[in-house]
Write a protein that binds this ligand. Structure first.
Ligand SMILES: [Zn+2]
Ligand SMILES: [Zn+2]
Length: 409
């Protein structure tokens, strides 16, 4: 069987998380998106576990279930180099054991969703591997907290444990074409997860993975990531990297785009406003690359780029806010017809959508043909969608200074 899984999200106790991020709402929204499995997020937090125990059913001490949606026991942790890791647990008993072993090695499991651990990168891997967990770097290439913002190779940070990683999470600003420029990653399975902070389907499942497995369980996931017994990841699905928050090199203050050479030349300080210039994921990957272009190993599944349906509707209806009433009502009408958002995006006959809204059908066609344009994201700002045919104006350092010189005359 094939299942769609989003294996990294956050619960109520992480920073900047929607108060509606609760298990039953997540499960309902997951079904509308077209996901059968999700990560619990933040499971080391005992208060978050308690909410799961109250709202859902615990099966075999291994996963929570509600409305046929399975929640794999999952958290994200931060190590003492500020690197983020995704961890999947085989059982709640091992979650409890991890809490014991982390006593005195962390701020507070109760107040944090994503705990900060006073352990280095290799020690974090040691601790969770000993418990039989699966671990891999989260959003591996992003500045601030991505693994490769601190290290130049897997071995450098993870030491001997690098061979025991189960996956690498690409993050929203990268895809397989980019990551496969780095040879040391060719043997590793890639995950595309949402890292969602709210349960609505423009966030939840904005990136997910399709797995060929017998059922959604820790052991089946392990086999798929390590490509055993015919289990495997059959596709990665996610945003075009240009929509990600850290894709391009930009100023954190005025969001001017910089070429890598310019940023180097100005010592990563924006000459226009004095702000810090943040290295984009595309630039970081080029620094690490062994190959000029991504060459995929045999096992690598295809990567399909999507745009959340409510964003396509917003663009078609010229609404800035994807949560506005008109967008949400159109979204609901479409899902009522198609069953899930993923079907609407990838499979549904456009004639069906046309009956609901002609313009949305037109934009859905643009999306499927890859004609929607982007102002790429960077320095914490998401990329922006631009309709086909419209001019894409990017505030680059060159364009900014050219204008200034003209004005000076
Ligand atoms: Zn993170
Ligand atoms: Zn600036």
């Amino acid at each position: 069987m094939e299942y769609n899984l989003d294996l990294h999200l956050h619960g109520l106790y992480s920073g900047a998380v929607s108060h509606e991020m609760k298990p039953r709402i997540i499960a309902e929204q997951a079904l509308l998106k077209g996901l059968q499995g999700v990560g619990t997020g933040d499971i080391l937090n005992p208060k978050w576990e308690k909410i799961f125990r109250e709202e859902t059913r615990l099966v075999r001490d291994e996963y929570f279930e509600y409305n046929n949606v399975r929640f794999i026991l999952q958290t994200e942790v931060e190590d003492n180099s500020r690197v983020h890791h995704v961890v999947l647990f085989p059982s709640l008993a091992q979650v409890e054991e991890a809490r014991k072993r982390l006593k005195g090695k962390t701020t507070s499991l109760e107040s944090d969703g994503r705990p900060k651990l006073w352990l280095n990168t290799a020690e974090v891997a040691d601790l969770f591997l000993e418990l039989g967990c699966m671990i891999g770097p989260a959003h591996a290439f992003t500045p601030y907290t991505g693994y490769y913002s601190k290290y130049d190779s897997l071995e450098q940070g993870y030491k001997d444990n690098w061979r025991k990683l189960s996956f690498l999470e690409l993050g929203l600003s990268a895809d397989t074409d980019m990551a496969d420029m780095i040879k040391e990653l060719h043997n590793l399975s890639f995950l595309s997860n949402s890292d969602a902070h709210s349960p609505w389907p423009n966030k939840l499942g904005r990136e997910f993975n399709t797995l060929k497995i017998e059922e959604i369980s820790f052991e089946e996931l392990r086999k798929a990531f390590h490509r055993m017994g015919g289990r495997k990841i059959t596709r990665n699905i996610g945003l075009d990297p240009r929509e990600g928050k850290y894709h391009k090199t930009r100023c954190r203050n005025c969001y001017t785009f910089y070429e890598p050479e310019e940023a180097e030349q100005f010592n990563w300080r924006c000459p226009l406003c004095g702000g810090v210039i943040k290295k984009g994921v595309d630039h970081r990957i080029k620094e690490l690359a062994d190959l000029p272009k991504g060459e995929h190993p045999e096992h690598r599944p295809r990567y399909i780029h999507i745009i959340p349906l409510s964003e396509i509707i917003s663009l078609a209806l010229k609404k800035k806010n994807p949560y506005s009433k008109e967008v949400q009502e159109t979204w609901k009408k479409i899902i009522k017809e198609t069953g899930t958002e993923i079907k609407a995006l990838l499979d549904t006959d456009l004639e069906t959508i046309k009956k609901i809204n002609k313009r949305v059908a037109e934009y859905l066609e643009y999306f499927r043909k890859g004609e929607i344009q982007y102002i790429p994201g960077g320095a914490g700002m998401y990329g922006q969608l631009i309709p086909p045919g419209e001019k894409v104006e990017m505030k680059t350092y060159k364009s900014q200074t050219a204008q200034k010189t003209l004005m000076d005359f």
